[in-house]
Unconditional design. Structure first.
Length: 206
């Protein structure tokens, strides 16, 4: 698909994600893509659903799972990612229905992964734009992904972003300097609730 989504399509995805979580927590069943799904959202696309708990107006990560690559239609990938982020993120206990009133839902729709090519691994930081690029680090069977908004929220520079992506992959932080490590980048269009089940805004990081 041409990589852009209208505000309406983004609102649809975020509301769908919240509905998928709510229905699953109520009856442990995954909803099906609704018949009114816009055609563009039936295209295969990578997506992540992030859940943040609002505590004293600050976001506290509560779950984040998704599909780095376009293997499912976006609408299906969003439903699956939403449920998984709520109940399958190994870093957190499952979200409860009562908690949902304090959680904001964020949907990040990803561009295809692009291999970052350099002659010397020390040049990777020059090829990355903080606030624009997300990263995937791959070394053997280890793979880790960080969304483009993460280094902005944590105040990381390019080297810190690469190092933390290595850590996410279960690797030592300096493994991005090894020639056999592959670095991919991608961009995202992000739609997120400003308050739980409230107004939804668009952030394009492209």
């Amino acid at each position: 698909m041409s990589f852009d989504l209208t505000d309406e399509e983004g609102v649809f995805l975020v509301k769908l994600a919240r509905k998928a979580i709510t229905e699953y927590l109520k009856n442990t069943k995954k909803i099906r893509p609704p018949p009114e799904t816009p055609e563009k959202l039936k295209t295969k696309c990578g997506v992540f659903v992030t859940l943040n708990k609002l505590i004293n107006h600050k976001k506290d990560l509560r779950g984040c799972i998704g599909y780095p690559e376009p293997i499912l239609p976006l609408v299906e990938a969003t439903i699956n990612s939403a449920v998984s982020s709520a109940v399958e993120d190994p870093r957190f206990p499952p979200v409860t229905l009562k908690e949902l009133d304090k959680i904001v839902v964020e949907v990040s729709v990803l561009t295809p992964l692009q291999l970052v090519e350099v002659e010397n691994p020390k040049d990777y930081p020059k090829k990355i734009k903080i606030g624009v690029d997300g990263l995937v680090v791959e070394h053997g069977w280890n793979k880790g992904l960080l969304l483009p908004q993460v280094p902005v929220e944590w105040g990381w520079n390019e080297e810190e972003f690469l190092s933390n992506c290595c850590i996410k992959a279960g690797l030592p932080p300096d493994y991005w300097l090894l020639p056999q490590t592959k670095i991919y980048k991608f961009q995202a269009i992000i739609f997120e609730e400003e308050t739980p089940n409230g107004e939804i805004k668009k952030r394009s990081l492209i």
